[in-house]
Design a protein around this ligand. Structure first.
Ligand code: ATP
Length: 204
């Protein structure tokens, strides 16, 4: 089995690539979705978040109120780090558990889609890092068209992220998504073929 970590900056095309790889038959794990479950009551991160940020982050329903929690970390890199130091290891543990289940189910290719893959330092937990990359101008254009938000907000997020050069330096595979979707899919086809062959060879 081959485990791919799929990442990239805002509006680089991660989700588009992930949907395509799912159609090809990859077992998909979405770190964003795990991130929505990580603070659920009963999970280890719940108590740690409450201890770190106060009882008022717990809503009337007994769950973490993500809006209140978001307000506490907004604009404070130190507080945000405090939160990600709690959340990221837990999300990784959940992903590793899912990877184990996929292995037991006989999956040949698993794709962990994670915007924060490199920031969270998960590259050694996957076999290959695939970075989807577009020039910042194109990310800006695609993000504003998709989300209907203003350019300054998107630009601020681009500036706060790792640069393409930093991502590419760590990547095993760089998928340039500066062209059409068809071009993106054909690059993915080539890489998909390579990993499928590798995983079949390893299994034989
Ligand atoms: P984010 O992390 O910001 O959610 P993402 O990396 O998952 O973004 P997508 O949502 O896949 O990126 O793509 C961003 C936008 O660009 C979407 O509206 C998508 O349809 C569009 N898009 C992606 N790839 C292409 C392409 N090759 N040509 C034209 N539009 C594209």
């Amino acid at each position: 089995m081959v485990v791919i970590g799929l990442t990239g900056g805002i509006a680089s095309g991660k989700s588009t690539a992930a949907r395509y790889l799912a159609e090809k038959g990859a077992h998909m794990i979405d770190a964003d979705k795990l991130g929505h479950r990580v603070y659920q009551a009963g999970r280890p991160a719940f108590d740690r978040v409450v201890a770190a940020f106060g009882d008022d982050v717990v809503g009337d329903d007994g769950e973490i109120d993500r809006r209140v929690l978001g307000g506490k970390v907004f604009g404070s890199p130190a507080q945000l780090k405090r939160l990600t130091d709690i959340a990221w290891p837990e999300i990784l543990a959940m992903a590793i558990e899912e990877i184990g289940k996929a292995r037991d189910d006989g999956a040949s290719v698993v794709v962990l889609e994670a915007a924060v893959l490199l920031e969270a330092n998960w590259q050694s937990d996957v076999d290959e890092v695939w970075v989807v990359a577009v020039e910042p101008e194109m990310a800006l254009a695609r993000a504003t068209a998709r989300d209907g938000v203003d350019e300054a907000a998107v630009q601020a997020r681009i500036d706060a992220q790792l640069s393409n050069a930093e991502r590419v330096a760590i990547a095993d595979v760089v998928i340039d998504n500066g062209g059409s979707e068809a071009e993106l899919f054909s690059k993915l086809d080539a890489e998909w073929h390579r990993v499928r062959c590798a995983s079949l060879e390893a299994a034989s």
